[in-house]
Design a protein around this ligand. Structure first.
Ligand code: TXA
Ligand code: MG
Length: 318
């Protein structure tokens, strides 16, 4: 009941041109009415996000998709029918009435139907599609609890809806359908394997070929403490005088050297690891360590999204 009331209040704020942080199954979003350019502009200001980085538009019904795009290729239709609501975003040619600020002037728009019940009721009650990036300052880790949002954006947003910790924990997988070819733009909460089981082969662009939008820039999702990914147990002694933390995939024994260890999944489960990833990095980042060493995870299933976020968090390239 309390939740329903909070959602109604949030929807009212969205309709009046305000901005609301809300839970999705992937990460918390910072939303505004997608048809209100001024409200959307406030999202960019609060996040300190460059205007050339387009936002994802969130809808509550698959039928709303056609109102926002020129056409739906059959592979996109099959994929959304199978995986929506859920952590999948599709990029399609946009209808004209979507404001340019949402899509950074691109002829395309990114669309997603989230599965979190609070996100769905917020969109339905607001009676408009909701443009929303992740609710974090630009370049920093995405929030997976309401508390994360409060810590970083607290007084700058009109309301924070608390829907508990995000169950998926990494952002949605983004697939574009331009020139008839599905292409993976960002690995995420649904695995490539699952997507290919529905629509067949998906092109994977190397980072250099991707549109140069920040979520796809080498350095992104970064904590303040440097993270190192390609380290070797043999060299641990050389870090002797440093305060170092370990981001471990599974539990293991040889780790006497660390101030603090975060284990992503004791049983080595990718889903559990993804759900814990950003919270674990935040906890390490709060300890004033000199360095965080991260363990690599196998690049299959959700392991691909985890490794993508770790690489961007460790990259020195801006
Ligand atoms: O799981 C998610 O996707 C979360 C939740 C809140 O839905 N949202 C999210 O949004 O991760 P954001 O803004 O942090 O990341 C969206 C990514 C950005 O890298 C942006 O550049 C890309 O989507 N994007 C948006 N529109 C695009 C377009 N038309 N073409 C290519 N990339 C696009
Ligand atoms: Mg983001």
């Amino acid at each position: 009941m309390k939740d329903a009331k909070a959602v109604r209040q949030a929807a009212k704020i969205i309709q009046q041109g305000g901005i609301v942080a809300f839970p999705t199954e992937t990460v918390y979003g910072l939303g505004a009415d997608a048809y209100n350019p001024l409200a959307v502009a406030r999202i960019f200001e609060v996040k300190r996000r460059p205007y050339f980085d387009p936002l994802i538009v969130h809808i509550a019904l698959p039928a709303d998709l056609i109102k926002l795009v020129k056409e739906i290729p059959s592979s996109a239709r099959r994929l959304t029918e199978k995986l929506w609501p859920g952590p999948l975003t599709v990029v399609l040619l946009k209808e004209q009435h979507i404001p340019d600020i949402v899509t950074a002037g691109l002829p395309t728009v990114a669309l997603r139907m989230p599965s979190h019940p609070m996100a769905l009721s917020l969109i339905k009650e607001s009676k408009c599609p909701i443009a929303a990036p992740s609710a974090n300052p630009f370049g920093y880790l995405s929030p997976t609890t309401a508390e994360h949002v409060r810590e970083q954006l607290g007084d700058q947003v009109d309301l924070i809806l608390d829907g508990g910790p995000c169950t998926v924990g990494v952002e949605s997988t983004i697939v574009s359908f331009l020139d008839g070819k599905p292409r993976l733009l960002r690995p995420g909460g649904v695995s490539l394997e699952e997507i290919e089981s529905v629509i067949g082969k998906v092109e994977i662009s190397p980072i250099q070929d991707r549109p140069s939008v920040p979520g796809m820039l080498p350095r992104h999702y970064a904590p303040r403490t440097p993270i190192v990914l390609d380290w070797d147990k043999k060299h641990l002694n050389s870090y002797k005088d440093k305060r170092i933390g370990l981001l471990a995939f599974q539990e293991s024994e040889h780790f006497l050297h660390f101030q603090h260890i975060e284990v992503l999944s004791k049983k080595g489960d990718f889903r559990e690891a993804a759900a814990n990833l950003f919270s674990a990095i935040r906890r390490l980042d709060a300890l004033d360590l000199d360095l965080i060493l991260a363990e690599a995870v196998p690049e299959a299933g959700l392991g691909r999204a985890i490794m993508d976020r770790l690489r961007r968090a460790t990259s020195q390239e801006e």
